[in-house]
Write a protein that binds this ligand. Structure first.
Ligand code: NAD
Ligand code: UD1
Length: 352
């Protein structure tokens, strides 16, 4: 793997966590939109193999530095040697269940890591940032579709790190009009690049629905547990707003364009605005894969809500962005990634 130093231009974007699932897809879209991503990642939940695949997709080399956000000196050195215009901040830990058992690990990595990043940015007068937030900040929302103005009420340490970081960014923007920040609240990112070269590579047993279904379809898992069959939904199973990861990645390109207008701090839902039930997702992946997906209905998962989907109209009005891929695309691409890479980025299996 080559670590290329890019030419300085006014489109250099620092991408923290850029080797991860959403980051790697966004790096592809950035390159295709004419930006020059500079990726940093500590590889705690990813491998550089994803960036090698990005190079295959785009035909461009990607500049990568193995840096932990907690390492203020390494970050400072990077800002000293590179011209950075804007930051897209994906780096963070993201397991809800692990955050409940290890809250300090989550508060430290996600919040301290962000504080260090912001301090270094301020020192180098880089004051434009796009932040990966989550629909998790809404907790059990009072209504659907969920609009950005609904109150926050995350119920687990992971979601609280997102709430607190949003507040830190809002206060920072309020203190200094040169700061601009776009908070992107993702609903349920799924699927993979249509090439099947990059995708989601969960460690251990997946917590999230779609990787669990595709791993069941390919035979790595025996049976899917459907968490709850008694929700107030058409078939009794939970409903979510699944969004194709490439659509999500494009949302970041729209956000970067909007940052140039110096918007201060603003938040946007990134979702499709339409929900699908667990059983509708099972059926769609069965169709996309031609494989059976054995399932059993079990108790509800603690902390789950029945129905969650976005009102994404603000992102359309202000950013000019909307999701284009449909449910079958998401499932076909998720399946293509899974079937072409049955063990994910194999190389990580060795490293791990
Ligand atoms: P991911 O784990 O694939 O990517 C996160 C990346 O950050 C990983 O490559 C990891 O190695 C890196 N990282 C973690 N801590 C770091 C640190 N201290 N220094 C440097 N790098 C570090 O996860 P993802 O699904 O791509 O998520 C990206 C972001 O989007 C995260 O902030 C996540 O919380 C948020 N998000 C994800 C989802 C989802 O369902 N995937 C939903 C809502 C929000
Ligand atoms: C979870 C996280 C959320 C995160 C989101 C996307 C929790 C409580 N929330 O949300 O913070 O932003 O993932 O990464 O973990 N399901 C099953 N069987 C499974 C897995 C899931 O039936 O094996 C059901 C769930 O009950 C839910 C739906 O599938 O109805 C989606 O689940 P999941 O992919 O975990 O996403 P969320 O629960 O929306």
């Amino acid at each position: 793997y080559k670590y290329k130093m890019t030419n300085d231009n006014n489109k250099n974007i620092l991408v923290t966590g850029g080797a991860g699932y959403i980051g790697s897809h966004t790096v592809v879209e950035m390159i295709q939109a004419g930006y020059t991503p500079i990726v940093i990642d500590n590889l705690s939940n990813s491998s550089v193999e994803s960036l090698r695949r990005v190079q295959l997709i785009t035909g461009h080399e990607v500049e990568f530095h193995e840096i932990d956000l907690m390492d203020e000196q390494a970050l400072t050195n990077l800002f000293q040697t590179r011209t950075i215009n804007m930051v897209v901040h994906f780096a963070g830990l993201k397991s809800v269940s692990e955050s409940v058992s290890k809250p300090l690990k989550y508060y430290d990595n996600n919040i301290t890591g962000t504080l260090i990043l912001l301090k270094v940015m301020e020192r180098f007068n880089v004051k434009n940032i796009v932040f990966s937030s989550s629909a998790n900040v809404y907790g059990a929302a009072q209504k659907v579709p969920i609009t950005e103005d609904l109150p926050h009420g995350a119920t687990n340490p992971y979601g609280k790190t997102k709430m607190f970081i949003e507040a830190i960014l809002q206060d920072t923007c309020a203190s200094d009009p040169e700061w601009n920040c776009i908070l992107l609240r993702y609903f349920n990112p799924v699927g993979a690049h249509p090439s099947g070269l990059i995708g989601e590579d969960p460690r251990d047993i997946p917590n999230n629905l779609v990787p669990y279904i595709t791993q069941t379809a390919i035979g790595r898992r025996k049976v899917l547990s459907v968490f709850g069959g008694d929700y107030e939904t058409e078939d009794g199973t939970g409903v979510r707003d699944y969004i194709h990861v490439v659509d999500l990645a494009k949302g970041h390109i729209a956000a970067l364009g909007h940052l140039y207008t110096k918007p201060g701090c603003d938040a946007f839902n990134l979702g499709t605005g339409r929900g699908y039930s667990v059983l509708e997702m099972v059926e769609a992946i069965r169709r996309a894969s031609g494989r059976e997906v054995p399932y059993q209905i079990v108790d509800r998962r603690p902390g789950d809500v029945g129905v969650s989907y976005a009102d994404p109209s603000k992102a359309l009005e202000v950013l000019g962005w909307k999701a284009n891929y449909n449910q079958l695309d998401m499932c076909e691409h998720a399946w293509k990634w899974q079937s072409q890479n049955p063990n994910g980025y194999d190389i990580t299996a060795v490293e791990r």
